[in-house]
Design a protein. Structure first.
Length: 649
């Protein structure tokens, strides 16, 4: 392709002679499915110059070569209310620095909500760029006795129209063929009117000419929503679903977790058996296999967690949960869009904080950012699974529910309620109150999720978890191993201290107890002693500042040092090595409860701190977030430990 292609593109991002086609559409219109179908794995993610709104660009290969497809942020209108909507308008109008105006546009509309979508279509076509309209969910329109004459619709609009069922891949080849001849596209001969009233009349005339018949009410959806959206029964179902959700994470992932754990135990044994050098054996067996493997054993839970979340999203239940939570959000002074941002934080606080860009109010964005780290993210899951496993036997039940699942649900609920309270407090004390902006959320009909979409969503989340394991956690594990094994102690020195140097276990225990890590843990002891933590837990808490999962890697290394054959059993039987509690069990109910609550509140993620700094443009708010969350974590952990001890725990 040559004619009409722009040469001014972002440096290093695109080839100069490739045409650029932008996808425009409202949220839930199927735009992302179209983008994924056209570009496959040939995508690149970044930010627009000068702003932090995410940018998704991919390469689409056609019969005439290739073109670059850019997925613009979803918007219901080109009258922007939020930063991401402003970016979409700026790109269409060519006002984005170092980024040329698109050569052509793909305007994605949902056939089942076509009347509402035509307002955006009119605004986009009025930009005068060559355009093609992509109509999605035509299969659903037909199933629900709706009708749309595609040829008449194209004639009424004056631009090409292609029906596509994006989540099933139907119509994508025809769309690629259209991209091959994009130079022949044209803007409509008569530009749509720009005034809202005239635009409505234009939309009605287009629909009439195209013989559009709106789909009938989805009867199954209507009946189910009668229960799921009910103020009382919908809430009861929501809580029951969440409890079963977390119990499933424990029950079905446990056998897989045992297999993964056995694999890493076998690998660690091979290293100890065949690597003669003690230092190399310790580095490979304890730091890498013991430390990183101690986190990777939780991959089955992570996989199942994201699989269930992707299924809930694909079925359409997440929007119902948002509707139920909108009342709670209003009590915290936030609008429904904030729930979407907080919902994203269940996977990771970083995309949750980035999702605040959809909020029109800067005050709401800031309050939501300060609350997002409290939502229980996937990084806490390995810590919770480990500690709950130490606290509760898998066979324990409370009525029909497993005790482990109930505790996990309680921790997630604690995070959600705490996030609401934090948002309310910041709206109050920070003078961040402002008028609520109307919030509209579509309730899509219940659909069977496309397996490919579910696998993509689950795979991307798991890949992010594994990337962290192979970068941050590897580096932290190696550093921790060095701290646990230095300084070196001579045999004479150990014998002078009464150590049986012929016993490997005694030598290891002495080295660990007199290591730099032990010194560091005891140094901060006065801070954490009231919570029941010893120096080993203290080191784990400190290492978790880089990433929460490293707490598990830390305890795994410490346990492996004490008993390399059965590290899990060593963890269960750990005792306080010194002090007034010397010889007493370490992981008692009060200590585990304090740890669980501490990890529920503490801001232990450098990536989250960095993204708050990037989104706010100052170190003030990351410093406030870190300080207040650490203080609340300590106070709440102390309170829970005190109550648990008083109750005889």
């Amino acid at each position: 392709m040559t004619a009409g292609c722009h040469g001014a593109v972002e440096p290093g991002d695109m080839a100069a002679q490739e045409c650029r086609i932008a996808l425009v559409g409202s949220p839930n219109s199927g735009k992302s499915s179209i983008f994924n179908g056209l570009t496959g794995l040939n995508t690149k993610t970044g930010n627009y110059p000068g702003v932090t709104v995410s940018r998704f660009v991919g390469t689409c290969r056609t019969g005439a070569g290739r073109c670059l497809v850019e997925d613009l942020p979803g918007t219901y209108s080109l009258t922007p209310l939020s930063p991401d909507e402003q970016v979409a308008v700026d790109v269409l109008d060519g006002r984005t620095e170092h980024t040329a105006r698109p050569d052509a546009l793909l305007v994605v509309v949902d056939a089942t909500t076509l009347r509402r979508s035509l307002g955006l279509v009119a605004q986009v076509l009025a930009r005068g760029l060559p355009a093609c309209v992509v109509v999605t969910f035509m299969d659903e329109l037909t199933q629900r006795q709706g009708h749309l004459d595609i040829d008449a619709f194209a004639q009424a609009l004056g631009v090409p129209v292609v029906p596509v069922i994006g989540h099933r891949g139907r119509g994508l080849e025809q769309l690629r063929d259209r991209l091959t001849t994009w130079q022949t596209w044209a803007s409509p001969p008569l530009a749509p009117p720009t005034e809202p009233g005239e635009r409505d009349a234009w939309a009605e005339s287009v629909l009439s000419f195209a013989g559009y018949r709106a789909p009938e009410v989805h009867r199954v959806t209507w009946r189910i929503d009668g229960v799921l959206l009910h103020p009382l029964w919908g809430t009861v179902v929501f809580f029951a679903v969440m409890v079963l959700f977390f119990q499933t994470v424990f029950t079905f992932a446990a056998p897989l977790q045992g297999s993964v754990e056995a694999l890493f135990g076998w690998l660690s044994g091979l290293v100890r058996e065949h690597v003669g050098n003690r230092w190399l054996s310790g580095l490979l067996g304890d730091a890498l296999i013991g430390g990183v493997g101690g986190v990777l054993v939780f991959v089955p839970q992570i996989l199942l967690l994201f699989l269930l979340l992707a299924l809930f999203e694909g079925v359409g239940y997440m929007s119902r949960a948002a509707f139920l939570m909108d009342r709670v959000m209003a009590r915290a002074g936030l609008e429904g869009r904030a729930f979407v941002a907080l919902l994203s934080s269940f996977a990771c606080a970083v995309p949750g904080i980035m999702a605040t860009r959809t909020l029109p109010s800067a005050k709401d964005r800031l309050a939501t950012m300060m609350a997002a780290p409290l939502v229980t993210c996937s990084a806490r899951l390995p810590v919770y699974v480990l500690l709950i496993g130490l606290l509760v036997d898998p066979s324990d039940h409370v009525g029909p529910f497993g005790a482990q699942g109930l505790i996990m649900f309680g921790l997630y609920l604690l995070g959600a309620v705490s996030a609401m309270v934090a948002a309310w407090v910041f709206k109050k004390i920070g003078d961040l109150r402002g008028p609520l902006v109307p919030f509209f959320m579509e309730m899509p009909p219940y659909r069977l999720p496309a397996p490919r979409a579910v696998l993509i969503a689950m795979g991307s989340s798991v890949r992010a978890f594994l990337r962290k394991c192979t970068t941050v956690i590897v580096a932290t594990s190696i550093g921790l191993w060095l701290l646990l094994n230095l300084p070196l102690h001579s045999a004479a020195q150990m014998r002078a201290d009464g150590v049986d140097t012929s016993s490997h276990a005694a030598v290891t225990a002495y080295a660990v107890d007199h290591s730099y890590a032990a010194d560091l843990g005891r140094l901060v002891g006065p801070v954490f002693d009231p919570l029941g933590f010893d120096w080993r837990i203290n080191v784990g808490v400190l290492s978790a500042q880089s990433a929460r999962e490293t707490f598990v890697a830390t305890l795994g290394q410490v346990a492996a040092a004490e008993d390399p054959v059965q590290p899990k059993q060593a963890l269960r039987t750990m005792t306080y090595p010194d002090g007034p509690r010397a010889g007493q069990p370490l992981f008692t109910a009060p200590t585990i409860a304090a740890l669980l609550v501490y990890f529920s509140y503490a801001l232990q993620c450098t990536a989250t701190v960095a993204v708050i700094r990037r989104e706010t443009g100052t170190w003030k708010w990351p410093a406030i977030a870190f300080t207040y969350l650490t203080a609340v974590a300590w106070l709440m952990a102390y309170a829970v430990r005190t109550v648990t001890v008083a109750l005889g725990g």
